[in-house]
Ligand binder design. Structure first.
Ligand code: ZN
Length: 339
């Protein structure tokens, strides 16, 4: 990989949806030397503009989200246990017995009121135990409205696979950073690398970022669920089979010109790729698509096993192929495709 140390570092930063500041500050420090223009907006998006060299060039917006799923404390019981609610989509079975960490470093374990088998996916059946002996001690460490998220090490599995928390979507942030670094600055297109907030709460950051940029093309750079393990064998997404080119998900139908250009660029440049279709979930492509008078939209997706868990699994080669595709797409002349 180009800079696996950076990917690892990004996955380990605390940044539950709505509270992405530490992630943003880390990224800002890295990208600033490569930006022609850079700004943070009112909701916390970090937008990096690298100017193109052609008057007929198009505006391409890449969006990767900085936030990770987590939980918010909604009540503190007198026995010291914390009642929680979702910040993004969580699976109770994945959270159960797992460790979580608050921004102030307080660590807790997720437990269940009663048997986990009877909890379904009801997050209100879960609690966080920070070890406090009573409510008074708990309130000294945690307030109502504080958030916690998964934590744990970045690990290597067999077959060159990576296992970590928060690969969704720090790997997209990593891809944007690496592609920005490799943008020579005289490409036909104006490129906007957008590190956006609150995707997990409904693609909120990308919506306002797109309104500021008014892109010709918007590309979500994110993960997508795998279908190559027993959790779901009905689709075709395979880890290690190349970068996913989004065709469709329940929130967006990718633009056929965009997907056609991506497939051609992969074929021409020997970039491994796969067509990506999912029937659950969505990405920032949906909000960019419906911005202003409409935006041609696509997605560059890394196929991921165990998504929205503390143990997501991806292929480093798929991640790198995604950067290669971004580079080729950024350099493509769209003047014959978009009048
Ligand atoms: Zn995501």
């Amino acid at each position: 990989m180009r800079d696996e140390g950076l990917l690892e570092k990004l996955t380990q930063i605390w940044g539950v949806s709505g509270y992405e500041k530490a992630v943003r500050e880390e990224i800002r420090g890295i990208v600033e030397p490569f930006a022609d223009e850079l700004w943070e907006d009112a909701v916390g998006n970090l937008i990096v503009h690298r100017k193109g060299g052609s008057p007929s060039g198009k505006k391409i917006m890449y969006a990767a989200h900085m936030d990770q799923i987590g939980f918010m404390v909604k009540n503190i019981e007198d026995n010291g246990l914390l009642r929680i609610c979702n910040m993004g989509w969580n699976w109770a079975g994945s959270a159960y017995n797992e460790k979580v960490i608050f921004r102030n470093g307080t660590i807790g374990v997720v437990g269940c009121y009663g048997p986990i088998e009877e909890a379904g996916n009801k997050i209100e059946k879960l609690f966080v135990d920070i070890g406090a002996k009573d409510g008074e001690e708990a309130r000294r460490l945690v307030k109502i409205g504080d958030c916690c998220g998964y934590f744990g090490p970045y690990l290597h599995l067999a077959g060159g696979l990576i296992c970590s928390k928060s690969l969704d979507d720090r790997l997209g942030c990593y891809q944007l950073i690496e592609s920005l670094k490799e943008n020579p600055g005289n490409l036909p297109n104006d490129i906007y690398y957008c590190f956006v907030v609150q995707e997990e709460l409904g693609c909120r950051g990308s919506k306002v970022a797109a309104q500021q940029i008014c892109p010709d093309i918007g590309i979500a750079v994110d993960i997508t669920p795998a279908h190559d393990y027993p959790n779901d064998l009905t689709g075709s997404n395979r880890v290690g089979a190349g970068i996913g080119i989004k065709i469709c998900d329940p929130s967006v139908v990718a633009d056929e010109m965009v997907t056609g250009v991506m497939e051609k660029l992969c074929a021409d440049n020997g970039i491994p790729c796969q067509r990506e279709v999912i029937d659950r979930g969505g990405t920032d492509a949906s909000s960019m698509n419906l911005t202003g008078a409409g935006v041609r939209t696509g997605g560059i997706c890394v196929v991921t096993r165990y998504p929205h868990s503390q143990s997501s699994v991806v292929s480093g080669e798929d991640i790198e192929a995604g950067i290669d595709l971004m580079n080729a797409f950024s350099a493509y002349d769209f003047s014959a495709d978009i009048q």
